[in-house]
Design a protein around this ligand. Structure first.
Ligand SMILES: [Fe+2]
Length: 248
């Protein structure tokens, strides 16, 4: 079973289109999203509508939840005060743009999705999807988290030896195995923060002999996205962020 996982699209339609085109060439059995469909990018409704049209199932990111429920902020963490200002501008703009129907769709997304790729009650790994954590989608599961943190997350999710846990939210792809549980951060389709502006997603092949993991990177028209950010009245710096893969 070959699965694709896309996360943190953040209103970036050309990045989503490019990643879905790439996925279409890879003989994938199913594609899932891990949330943060909206925010920062100028196409929040278009991204939601493409995901709905493709029938891609998935979970709620913090941005999806906060926009859907009318919170004051997106729940994003920023150490740099410049990012805080940009984030607030993006949140105001996105909240005003998302249609009532799409807001209801975002509110309907679950916080966790469990897959059984080898089928129903058959033996084999479970694949657990969360944005940050199963009860709180603002938790950052970064690569530098220690084993103690990972064990706590594993226990809360009830993951067993051989299972895979996939998540996003940090916008940096990585994988590591802790106590036999395979941890996979998909990276971000539409707003990478690892210095590489190309869209990132995760591939997972699940078979009786184990898991095979890949992190394809996909080139898309970043300049078009940056121009659309300015045309929409969003801060120019959000386009610079896309061009640099996470810097201002
Ligand atoms: Fe995100």
């Amino acid at each position: 079973m070959r699965l694709a996982f896309i996360s943190d699209i953040h209103g970036n339609l050309p990045a989503l289109d490019a990643v879905l085109t790439d996925i279409a060439t890879r003989h994938i059995d199913a594609t899932y999203h891990l949330g943060d469909l909206v925010g920062y990018g100028p196409w929040p409704n278009e991204v939601i509508e493409r995901i709905r049209a493709e029938g891609i199932a998935g979970i709620a990111g913090n941005y999806d939840t906060t926009v859907a429920l009318g919170h004051d902020t997106c729940g994003c963490q920023h150490d740099d005060p410049r990012h805080k200002v940009l984030s607030a501008a993006s949140y105001r703009w996105t909240s005003a743009q998302v249609t009532p129907s799409n807001r209801r769709f975002l509110a309907s997304l679950p916080f966790r999705l469990d897959l059984r790729p080898l089928g129903g009650h058959a033996a084999g790994p479970a694949v657990i999807l969360v944005h940050g954590a199963a009860t709180l989608n603002t938790v950052y599961w970064r690569e530098d988290r220690n084993d103690r943190f990972c064990r706590k997350m594993i226990a809360r999710l009830g993951a067993r030896d051989g299972d895979a846990i996939l998540f996003g939210h940090t916008h940096k792809p990585w994988t590591r195995t802790v106590d036999g549980r395979v941890l996979i951060n998909t990276g971000s389709v539409g707003r990478p923060k690892d210095g590489d502006p190309r869209g990132s997603y995760a591939l997972l092949e699940v078979g009786p002999e184990g898991l095979d993991i890949g992190f394809p990177r996909v080139t898309y028209d970043v300049a078009r996205a940056a121009e659309a950010i300015v045309a929409a009245g969003l801060p120019t710096e959000l386009g610079v962020f896309l061009k640099t893969g996470g810097s201002l």
